[in-house]
Design a binder for this molecule. Structure first.
Ligand SMILES: [Zn+2]
Ligand SMILES: [Zn+2]
Length: 167
């Protein structure tokens, strides 16, 4: 995962929630004054502010969606792979090692869901679509005859991936 990506859609959604809560709080405050009273009129600007806060919450949610669209989703397959060689890991005593390149990871990578960025869309013969990383697509190519493999947006893959796969 790219360490520079520190803003997540969850951050933006949390801010949107706060803006929504603030909107509700301001509106409740304004509604507590009776219509026609001097207080009610004096709060006109505050009611206007509540509308802006509500708009702000919507924009934050939209931004969260936009961010989701450009950030790579983690592959999420239930086991880890070598990003370059696929299903070549073996795990022992909490360390996973690739049998091909000997790269190792100081945790049980094999036993954990895959966190590599999604770079491929695989559609099997029955039309079921799965998104997966470079490493997992290697194994899928070997196992899933008749499936269609579609490389996702190259710009995204190059920006966030660890190099193109050699498949
Ligand atoms: Zn490897
Ligand atoms: Zn994967």
């Amino acid at each position: 995962m790219d360490a520079r990506l520190t803003v997540t859609p969850a951050h933006l959604r949390a801010l949107a929630n706060r803006a929504e809560a603030l909107t509700a709080e301001v509106r409740a405050l304004c509604d507590s004054t009776s219509i026609g009273s001097p207080e009610h009129d004096a709060l006109a600007a505050a009611r206007h502010a509540a509308d802006w806060l509500a708009r702000g919450a919507e924009d934050l949610l939209r931004s969260a969606q936009d961010l989701t669209a450009v950030q790579p989703q983690p592959c999420g397959m239930p086991w880890g792979v070598c990003p370059e060689h696929g299903n070549t890991l073996s795990s022992r005593a909490g360390v996973s090692t690739c049998r091909v390149c000997r790269r190792d990871w100081a945790y049980d990578r094999l036993g954990q869901p895959c966190r590599e960025p999604v770079t491929w869309k695989v559609i099997d013969r029955s039309g079921v679509e799965t998104r997966m990383c470079d490493g997992h697509v290697l194994g899928a190519r070997a196992a899933a005859a008749g499936s269609t493999f579609i490389r996702l947006d190259q710009a995204t893959a190059i920006r966030h991936g660890e190099g193109s796969p050699t498949v």
